[in-house]
Design a binder for this molecule. Structure first.
Ligand SMILES: [Zn+2]
Length: 292
């Protein structure tokens, strides 16, 4: 089965090294470093897109986060300005997440999620004192009361709702250009299971009831900290989706034929456009269209 674009990581996160300061320092000396600035990194795309990884000796100053190791050795992320390199461009996951190879897609996704979290958790939620990264950047610790704070991930559900036959329901947000449609989605609320969130979100966004909620796949979506849990669900073929909670401007039925050759967002033509291949929405839609 095709993996979601951002769920292809190959690097071992090597949690044991995070807790061993000497091993961490030794790893840094041999490390390749991915510099991340505001969720972007330098990407060479002369041949195929690939991340610029530099030797730790020449890496810019900044907080260091251990990403793990593969056959070529350890890899760290450093939060710092990416600078310039001949032939390289400053790009983000939405630009190249689906084009990078498995290792690089995984590294950039991990690094972006981690740096997003560090950048927004500089203070202790208990006492307001500054926090500092510890354990290879897998934790921040309060410099006053010593409390430890872990990276946050927000679960969200995203679902392909179909009639059990040849039609599915997609929606369109008012801010999207005409023609762009995608699967329904929303955040899991406290005290709620993912399956319950699917049923609630579909009802809130379109007014229709669904059932037979079936898990498909998941992928991290660090914009800034989501984990997208992908589902399929069945609804009444006679249901009439109506935008209900103000989030969607339009929600309607599509047949497989209408979606089969539709271009992705940004494509040409006046017809329906599908979300980018970097999103799990694309995988849910194209997988269903293919009959899988
Ligand atoms: Zn504190």
């Amino acid at each position: 089965m095709t993996r979601p674009a951002l769920s292809r990581a190959t690097v071992d996160r090597d949690a044991a090294t995070r807790d061993d300061p000497a091993a961490l320092e030794a790893a840094w000396k041999q490390a390749r470093v991915l510099v991340v600035e505001d969720a972007h990194a330098l990407v060479l795309d002369d041949d195929r897109p690939r991340l610029v990884l530099q030797d730790s000796a020449g890496a810019p100053d900044g907080e260091r986060y251990y990403l793990g190791r593969d056959a070529d050795g350890p890899v760290f992320a450093v939060a710092a300005p990416v600078g310039r390199r001949l032939g390289a461009r400053r790009l983000g996951l939405r630009d190249v997440g689906a084009l990078l190879d498995d290792r690089d897609a995984g590294l950039l996704t991990h690094a972006v999620g981690l740096t997003n979290w560090h950048a927004t958790h500089r203070r202790c939620p208990r006492c307001g004192a500054p926090t500092e990264p510890v354990r290879g950047g897998s934790v921040r610790r309060c410099t006053d009361d010593g409390s430890e704070h872990f990276p946050r991930t927000d679960p969200a559900v995203i679902m392909l709702v179909h009639d059990g036959a040849d039609r599915c329901v997609l929606g369109r947000q008012a801010v999207w250009p005409t023609g762009r449609f995608s699967t329904l989605a929303g955040f899991v609320e406290p005290g709620e299971s993912a399956e319950q969130a699917v049923v609630r979100e579909v009802a809130e966004e379109t007014g229709i009831a669904c059932w037979d909620v079936e898990y498909v796949d998941s992928q991290p979506w660090p914009f800034p900290a989501s984990l997208m849990l992908g589902f399929r669900a069945t609804c009444d073929p006679d249901a009439r989706p109506v935008p209900a909670d103000g989030e969607l401007e339009e929600a309607r039925w599509f047949t497989r034929d209408e979606l089969r050759n539709a271009p992705v967002w940004g494509g040409s033509g006046a017809g329906v456009q599908l979300p980018s291949p970097v999103s799990i929405a694309w995988l849910l839609i194209t997988g269903w269209v293919a009959g899988g």
